[in-house]
Ligand binder design. Structure first.
Ligand code: FEO
Length: 405
């Protein structure tokens, strides 16, 4: 199926309504996704990106119908080599093997690494352009947004930015444009995408946004490679990215825990009580790591000024669900956030120290040595947890010092 974006540009991608996991099993896609591919028709025709390999054959068949013959495609633009956008290249290139593929130098290496083919690659750099007739595509390298090979391209005349993963989101919708969809759903998918994929590259995002703003190019639409197209106030998502890239946080504290016999859960709930006594304004959220979606938890960590992580001690260590979410948190390189640990124990009691160490390694400012409870908490122990919560709320009233942590 194709959709008319305007007289020059058509969407020829694939909406993946049933997708529930992306990047293998790493990223939950509660609302599906789309792999956006665009056909730009001027005197010459350019295809921008393709779709994921499971949909390659139907993509090529539809493209053949849409173009009246694949030989009418003059140029292929590969903004990014990751499989969700390049997966249909092998099927397409079997039909039109000599057509040029425009991409960055890194993308050549990555595409060869994926597909082991010597296609007709044309390496482009920032500022290079490709004439389609009366319009041009201008290429803008965007390294680490989110791979080294990532690239944007800008269509003159139509004033459209094709931004690939940047400004995208995993959302399958019957609609094509941001003014047609539920804004709350769209925002949730955008912030989840940024938190889980782009957080480690926030410094590069800030620089690239500034570079793009400095180009002073008019933008009527931003066409990402996933989700809907930004046509109503398209720069709103650029401005939102600028805010998210600037060590974003809200007035929120998130507790993440797992529990065996509910002792650590009772601790968590008493800690929340203490936080709310000390600070009635702060938002507090509580997640059992074993029973919650990891990417949803990460999104809440992204929004938080502080996190508390709890696990009972087991075999001198911590529960596996807590270890797993700590590993994800570490990889995302959050900045300027505070943290502390808590947990119950029966004899050896290493969990709090272990969690505090992992949070410190992940770059969090540790605001307390943490709080332990022996066995099942009695009323005195719960009072101690309430007091721990109060002390955490008070410690979170001041921001982390403006140095990198
Ligand atoms: Fe949507 Fe980095 O691939």
């Amino acid at each position: 199926m194709s959709y008319v974006i305007n007289e020059t540009v058509s969407w020829v991608g694939k909406k993946d309504w049933e997708l529930r996991k992306f990047h293998g099993e790493e990223y939950s896609t509660h609302r599906g996704s789309s792999y956006n591919s665009y056909l730009v028709r001027d005197t010459h025709t350019a295809l921008i990106d393709t779709v994921w390999a499971p949909f390659a054959d139907e993509f090529v068949d539809h493209l053949e119908q849409e173009t009246g013959g694949l030989e009418h495609i003059d140029f292929i633009i590969a903004n990014h080599a990751e499989s969700d956008h390049s997966g249909a290249l092998p099927a397409l290139m079997r039909k039109i093997p000599d057509k040029p593929i425009y991409c960055t130098a890194s993308a050549v290496k990555f595409l060869k690494g994926h597909y082991h083919q010597e296609w007709n690659f044309k390496v482009v750099k920032t500022g290079d352009s490709l004439s389609l007739g009366s319009r041009e595509l201008i290429f803008i390298e965007a390294p680490m947004l989110h791979w080294p090979d990532s690239m944007f391209c800008y269509l003159t005349g139509e004033q459209i930015l094709f931004s690939n993963d940047a400004f995208g989101h995993h959302l399958a919708s019957e609609h094509m444009f941001n003014d047609q969809v539920d804004r709350a759903e769209l925002y949730q998918e955008c912030i989840k995408y940024y938190a889980n994929i782009l957080t480690p590259f926030s410094r590069q995002a800030t620089r690239k946004i500034q570079d793009f703003v400095n180009l002073n190019l008019p933008v009527t639409m931003i066409c990402p490679a996933h989700g809907i197209i930004w046509r109503d106030d398209p720069l709103q998502i650029v401005n939102q990215y600028a805010a998210w890239a600037n060590d974003y946080q809200e007035n929120q504290i998130t507790l993440i825990y797992d529990t065996m016999w509910n002792s650590t859960r009772k601790m968590a709930e008493a800690i929340i009580e203490g936080i709310k006594i000390a600070d009635r304004e702060v938002t507090v959220k509580l997640y059992n790591a074993a029973r919650s979606d990891a990417n949803d938890i990460i999104t809440e960590v992204f929004k938080s000024k502080a996190i508390l992580v709890g696990s009972p001690t087991i075999n001198h260590g911590i529960l596996s669900s807590v270890a797993a979410i700590l590993e994800e948190i570490k990889g995302l390189s959050f900045k300027k956030k505070k943290a502390a640990a808590f947990g119950s124990y029966g004899w050896s009691g290493e969990s709090v120290k272990l969690i505090s160490g992992r949070l410190a390694e992940a770059g969090f400012a540790i605001i307390s040595e943490g709080h332990k409870t022996l066995w099942n908490p009695d009323s005195q122990s719960l009072d101690n947890c309430v007091n721990f919560g109060k002390s955490i709320a008070e410690a979170c009233l001041e921001p982390v010092e403006a140095k990198e942590v």
